[in-house]
Write a protein of this length. Sequence first.
Length: 551
Amino acid sequence: MKLFINLTIISVAAGLGLLAGFALRGKSVRVVESNHASIPRAKSNNAFRVSTHARATARAQDDSPLATRLERDLSMSSGVTRWLYWLEAIEKAQASDFARLARLAKNNPAAMRLVAARWVEVAPRGMFDYVTVSTRGGDSSLRELTTVLFEEWPKSDPEGAIAALSGTNHVGISRSWRHDVANTVLSRNVERGLRLMSEWSIEAYWPRAAPIEKWAAGNPRHAAEFALAHPSGAVSDLVMETVGKEWAKTDPAGALDFASSQRGELGLKLANATLKEWAGRDLNAAAEWLSTADAATRNRLSSPFVEAWAKKDATAALTWCEENLTGTSLAQAVGGLFKGAAAKDASSAAKLVSSMTPSPARTEAAAVVGRKLFLEFSSAKPVPRETIAWLAALDPDSSRRVFDQMQWNWSNIDPDGMAAFLASADAESIPPRAYTGLARSLARKDPVAALDWANQVPEDRRMTAATEAFGEWQRSQPDLARKWLSALPPNDARREPLFESAISFLAHDPHGAEQLATLSANERATARKLIEKITLPEERRTRLLEVLKSR
């Protein structure tokens, strides 16, 4: 009722004033009655004459006399009077009237909001049935109804809304409705909402954290047990992280003992969140607990611990990792460590990476720091010289890993700068796809220059880079690309592979047949041999070979 009252006040305020409206309404009704009385009899006898039996039949077939009367009143009124008719009808409406009222309000958003607010109070299940059927029919004007329905119904009758949506099979429609209902339920009753999300398999959805935080703080152990019993993808991840943070405030050791006894990712998320929070509050206590844990637990939980430690003393955290961990556990922990160190001071973290000896741990650290360094620059802020020098000094494994993290960003924002770096870099330190990605970026800017650059890269990567640059050019400017290719000297090593690339492109291009038809006789003969080997639908191949027949 509160929603309907609020919308009513807003609607009336938009007119000339409620009191003035009532006065005008009275006057209008009298005018309407007078107008009806003055209709000439001849017209009444012809256009509006209805037999007693016909009138009775019409009334029997009228599914909402109230809506019929409103439609008539609206047709003979304007301004505030129309709103007063709407308000009177909606206030008197029964469950059977609202479908007709919604159809009357279809092109009037304000009226539709009033209908929706009252309908969800009087008959939410009937409203649900109506929007379900109407949405299936493709009616896109129901957004206001569905928004109000799934915001308000779960508040007043959550189990009714849940029962209605649990019985629907039109998944494409009901999925978003279920999300809305589950989120509303969770905001008022966390456990019911989590159970509902698990039952409905709502996994890729993040609700508001505030209700979960309050619930988890009340009894963290119960919250963890409940979340484990009702898993639901991203929602469960959020719950476990929240529980870990809250539990760490009161009993971190108990939280970690509980988490360590659980198998699976949720138990690990709980442990990581707890230890990370604890280390941030009391590093020494967290370190003491971890040092007494069994080797498997220590290896599993070191990453979040040293991440928090690194924000205070990255060098000491690295020393601890190298003394206490080995193999994959060491690499994972060092990755977490440098995540924390880079978040605090990326430049200092980069220097710490440089001080490490080549190893899988150093490679992991370089990847984390490189991602931080190279995502902070833009076309208006080129890569700093010290960052490029740091990258050049890395061992090959670490350098390749850094490129895996940032080559797309660098090649698109500063392709010339990246090209200059690759020109002097050791090819062993650069992954092959760095050359191909850069070739495409350079070709979008200056294809001829890109092809010249590709012809100067290490020989084992030269043709791959050239093919990528030429392909990018051919997609945007096919005529110019072909003209450039035709002008290459016969002894140019690029001529044959780039021609093959061009033919492969045209074979798959919907308009490729038109360009193939313009080839010279010698080129058509070569193209025929190539197309016979390319994987194509047989009908497409036949058509292209027909185009390439010698003339």
